[in-house]
Design a protein around this ligand. Structure first.
Ligand code: 5GP
Ligand code: MN
Length: 340
């Protein structure tokens, strides 16, 4: 981050402010961890801070400290708009384009006169923020929040509460420390957090070992639905709305299922297509290994984006037509693109 920007932010934070903190729609562990870490940090600096999520966050993150104070835009548009209108500062974390907050919230955000500060690790940031800390080489926004607090020279304020939130996002966005963005720095930060008392065995347990029986059955169905395009080193699976209903789907249940495709020998590109009848879309997650650019694929063909090895997008076609389109594109890709 530019020294000038750090100094300007230090000045802004030197007196109490009204601050709104926003993650992307369908917030994940990094989105919730980073916004709540920043929330606790700003409270310690005597600001009036609040996290506003575009829509509901999944249950498996509900144990995060401060999650009960979070406002949900979709459930209380009037009040959330009022908070945004009154904010002096708006932090946008773990996303870099207003449309990632959804059709209605993006309009409200675009109207705001407050100073925007973006902290994010996705590619191609939009130009809406006065101060921007954007770095695609860093594995998680939570790691950037740790850096941000360090830049402000306030590292001593990181306690187990803030540390727990930061640890959660680092853990989830790094695929438990195995994705390519994981560096020595990541581990050094995590080591510091553990020394502070952050519960590094309890947190993964709370995140990953809290499934319902029906969630595991849903996973079983997704694995059974999996198709392999062996010549193209690709695997994909689907879940229809009917299947989600059969297994009593609740938000968060499909998290991580997409990764199973990559555990098959020889597979370097995988996708999951999930029908959402309410929103009339097929939500898609892509994962890849090595050089195959899932972000570019999502941008080019499915109105999405993300990172090289983890991206998402959507389709307004039927499930059948979406799959047909996906297969057509994948089978037309040249073999060299798929070579490891
Ligand atoms: P997931 O598959 O876990 O939902 O998302 C993987 C990555 O892709 C995340 O970094 C997420 O922010 C990004 N992503 C997911 N869906 C979309 C989308 O529709 N548009 C864009 N631009 N990025 C997405
Ligand atoms: Mn992230």
């Amino acid at each position: 981050m530019k020294t000038q920007d750090i100094q300007a932010i230090q000045l802004l934070l030197a007196s109490p402010k009204k601050i709104a903190i926003i993650p992307h729609r369908n917030p994940d562990g990094d989105a919730m961890g980073s916004t709540l870490a920043l929330y606790h940090f700003l409270l310690k600096l005597n600001h009036q801070a609040i996290v506003i999520v575009p829509n509901e966050f999944p249950d498996f993150l509900a144990w995060l400290p401060g999650s009960k104070t979070v406002k949900v835009f979709e459930k209380d548009k009037e009040n959330c708009t009022k908070i945004l209108n009154e904010a002096d500062l708006i932090f946008t974390l773990d996303f870099n384009a207003f449309h990632r907050t959804g059709n209605e919230m993006e309009v409200v955000l675009a109207e705001q006169k407050a100073t925007f500060i973006m902290i994010d690790h996705h590619q191609k940031p939009d130009d809406y923020s006065t101060y921007m800390y954007s770095d695609t080489s860093i594995g998680s926004t939570c790691e950037m929040i740790y850096n941000f607090i360090s830049f402000l020279d306030k590292k001593e304020l990181i306690d187990t509460t803030i540390g727990t939130c930061i640890y959660t996002g680092i853990l989830t966005d790094s695929g438990s420390f195995k994705f390519p963005g994981t560096t020595g720095n990541t581990h050094r930060i995590v080591a510091e957090l553990i020394d502070l008392g952050v519960q590094n065995t309890q947190i993964p347990n709370l995140l990953f070992d809290n499934s319902s029986y029906s969630r595991l059955q849903l996973l079983g169905r997704a694995l059974q639905n999996m198709k392999i395009l062996a010549e193209h080193n690709t695997a994909y699976t689907t879940l229809t709305q009917d299947e989600l209903d059969t297994f009593h789907y609740v938000k968060g249940d499909t998290e991580g299922i997409v990764n199973y495709g990559l555990s098959i020998k020889g597979i370097i590109f995988t996708a999951i297509f999930i029908e959402n009848k309410d929103e009339k879309i097929i939500k898609i997650s892509f994962r890849s290994q090595g050089d195959f650019d899932a972000n570019q694929f999502a941008r080019d063909h499915f109105n999405g984006g993300g990172h090289r090895n983890a991206a998402g997008g959507k389709s307004e076609l039927s499930m059948e037509d979406t799959i047909q389109k996906f297969e057509n594109i994948v089978t037309q890709l040249t073999y060299t693109q798929h070579e490891l």
